[in-house]
Design a protein around this ligand. Structure first.
Ligand SMILES: C[S@@+](CC[C@H](N)C(=O)[O-])C[C@H]1O[C@@H](n2cnc3c(N)ncnc32)[C@H](O)[C@@H]1O
Length: 259
């Protein structure tokens, strides 16, 4: 039977590749590389670097595909669903046209496939369409969250306290009610500026794991403007940016200090 291998490749440093991921890369008969936009050009290059460095299977075919553009007009959920269906159609065509019956298609997923990534949902669409039978395996990868915490040398959670992983768009709508600790991804609006707690602290990271990595941390009220300026300068210089950050507000009680 055909197989799809969804391989987490880490968040920017080729050395994030685990031995399990390298072995899965080398079991693939076809690898699909998505191409799209400036930021994605970097991501495509990073995938090629990983192949150049770790791929030892000379028979593996590397195929590019142009990622369809998501329709931003109309209802957001409809646009996302149509976009996923369009990518699912590309996976399906690849399985049918470019793979033999017992071959494996490798999908190289940024970071880890379980975190703010739709590859697994898109593979579900392919399965639901029912035009091609396949097995699937998932190989975990180092996430940008891990790279952020490692870069700053911090633990993600405080003792006994939850952390909410959310998006910049959601944070801009208001602080998450159930938690004092928020890990923010996909922030195109610099939502950290909307947090008005004078005692909040931030740990911010951009281009984590890459040669351009920037790490800044401190009291949010003191750092917000520095981060905003650093972010816009770096974005202008490189043409794209990916950043992630953790904000901690003082815990409501002293439970965190108990242990
Ligand atoms: C579509 S999500 C993909 C997350 C990915 N699956 C992971 O495990 O990290 C993209 C977001 O992840 C974060 N991100 C991914 N790679 C990053 C990096 N190298 N440096 C900083 N943030 C990164 C950013 O918040 C970015 O907007």
């Amino acid at each position: 039977m055909r197989k799809i291998s969804v391989i987490g490749i880490g968040a920017g440093n080729p050395e994030h590749m685990t031995i399990q991921a390298i072995n899965a890369l080398n079991r693939a008969d076809v690898l699909l590389i998505p191409l799209k936009g400036d930021e994605k050009a970097f991501l495509a290059d990073a995938r090629r670097d990983i192949c150049a460095r770790f791929l030892t299977n000379p028979a593996c075919r590397i195929l590019d595909y142009a990622v369809p553009v998501r329709n931003a007009d109309g209802v957001y959920e409809d646009g996302v669903r149509d976009w996923h269906q369009a990518i699912a159609a590309i996976y399906e065509r690849t399985l049918l046209n470019d793979l033999g019956e017992d071959e494996t298609l490798g999908l190289l997923v940024w970071g880890d496939p379980m975190l703010y990534d739709s590859t697994l949902r898109i593979v579900d669409h392919v399965r639901a369409a029912g035009h091609v039978a396949f097995e699937m395996e998932v190989i975990p990868g180092i996430t940008s969250v891990q790279a952020l915490c490692a870069g700053h040398g911090i633990a993600l959670n405080r003792i006994g306290l939850p952390v909410e992983i959310t998006t910049g768009r959601r944070l801009a709508e208001g602080w998450p009610a159930a938690t004092r600790d928020a890990l923010v991804m996909l922030d195109g609006v610099q939502a950290f500026k909307t947090v008005q707690d004078p005692d909040a602290e931030i740990w911010w990271g951009a281009y984590l794991g890459t040669p351009h990595e920037i790490l800044l941390s401190g009291r949010l009220a003191d750092m917000a403007e520095t981060i905003a300026q650093t972010r816009s300068r770096a974005r202008a210089e490189h043409g794209w940016i990916m950043d992630t950050y953790l904000i901690r507000r003082p815990a409501a009680d002293a439970e965190e200090d108990a242990a």
